[in-house]
Design a protein around this ligand. Structure first.
Ligand code: SF4
Length: 340
């Protein structure tokens, strides 16, 4: 919500300032999504606000719930007609995790990713990022289900290519007077944007950092994640080394597994060796994400091949998790968000 705009509106209309706090609490703490859901305001004031101020900068156009009810995809409309997507995932039994978008489309153009195929349309504003949380929280509230316990900025877009807006949205999410998520419950996933990692280490040392690595050799990684051309692996390794040195935090390494491309024994050895050039194994958790088909040339590995890769990597002393694919039937799985 644009609180600055609301504050100006209240001043210009000689409405007492305490109304701002009432609206802020209703929207950020009770997840009101319409003026009628804020009965503490006089009806006449609600009427004036309805015609002057949007509570959310995103409108829910569609929601899709996966068969297993462990993923809910939102299609949000922006005020200029563009669309973005967010996904709620049930990672732990009690709470939801929300994956939010930071750009409309993405300029990185990873060849396996539905978002990347469309290129970049524009950056999202800070409100357009944090309002995805408010809209999803409102959805859950109206269904009386569990709350959102964590946020990961890894939906559509490369967060660090929209750093200032992402940082402001993260401050809104962490601010106890606003959304109030603990910083440790906020994660950013980058394709390896080195200047962004360096700023993030200074600005958000308590938040979590995830790197979409997918390969530990430059030629292959440039094919899979074209941003690697600008920030090749030695530069990325140095940035991560400095990040770990200054924050003492672990880094989550995302590794999408493609059959016959990056899942051989040699690739396991390369990944292990590269991580060790950065820091000791205790500083990493490698999340293996079996590829979800998005119509490209890549093949999904079998369950056995995924397990073998994980076991071989684990045997090197690195903590490994295999991400269970959720939301594939609603195209809400990793790499499938396309703002359709
Ligand atoms: S995988 Fe991430 S960085 Fe790559 S194109 Fe898709 S959204 Fe962009």
């Amino acid at each position: 919500m644009d609180l600055k705009k609301l504050s100006i509106f209240l001043k210009e209309n000689d409405i007492p300032a305490f109304r701002l706090n009432q609206v802020r609490d209703a929207v950020y703490k009770n997840f009101a999504a319409s003026w009628d859901e804020i009965p503490v305001l006089p009806a006449a004031l609600r009427d004036r606000l309805r015609h002057g101020i949007h509570i959310h900068s995103v409108d829910t156009l569609d929601t899709l719930v996966s068969k297993k009810r462990d993923a809910i995809k939102f299609c949000f409309g922006l005020k200029d007609g563009l669309k973005i997507e967010s996904v709620l995932l049930k990672l732990m039994s009690e709470k939801w995790s929300l994956c939010v978008s930071t750009q409309v489309g993405c300029p990185v153009r990873c060849p396996f990713c539905a978002t990347g195929k469309k290129g970049l349309k524009r950056n999202l504003s800070p409100d357009e990022i944090s309002d995805q949380f408010l809209a999803a929280a409102h959805y859950l509230k109206t269904r009386g289900t569990q709350k959102i316990g964590s946020v990961i900025l890894m939906g559509m877009g490369e967060p660090f290519l929209n750093y200032d807006s992402v940082a402001e949205a993260m401050r809104t999410m962490a601010d106890p007077e606003l959304i109030g998520l603990g910083q440790r419950h906020i994660s950013v996933s980058t394709a390896g944007h080195v200047p962004g990692i360096r700023r993030f280490a200074k600005d958000f040392p308590q938040c979590n950092l995830a790197i979409s690595l997918h390969a530990a050799e430059d030629r292959l990684r440039t094919d899979l994640v074209p941003l690697n051309r600008t920030y090749p692996l030695p530069q990325l390794a140095k940035a991560l080394k400095d990040y770990i040195f200054s924050t003492k935090r672990r880094v989550f390494v995302e590794y999408v597994l493609f059959e016959g491309v990056n899942n051989s024994r040699t690739q396991v050895a390369r990944l292990n060796a590269w991580l060790r050039t950065v820091a000791a194994p205790k500083y990493f958790v490698v999340n293996i994400i079996p590829y979800n088909r998005t119509g490209g040339p890549y093949k999904a590995p079998t369950r056995e091949r995924v397990k073998l890769f994980a076991e071989l990597l684990e045997a090197t002393g690195i903590e490994v998790t295999i991400r269970k694919s959720m939301g594939e039937d609603i195209e809400g799985a990793c790499g499938q968000l396309a703002g359709k």
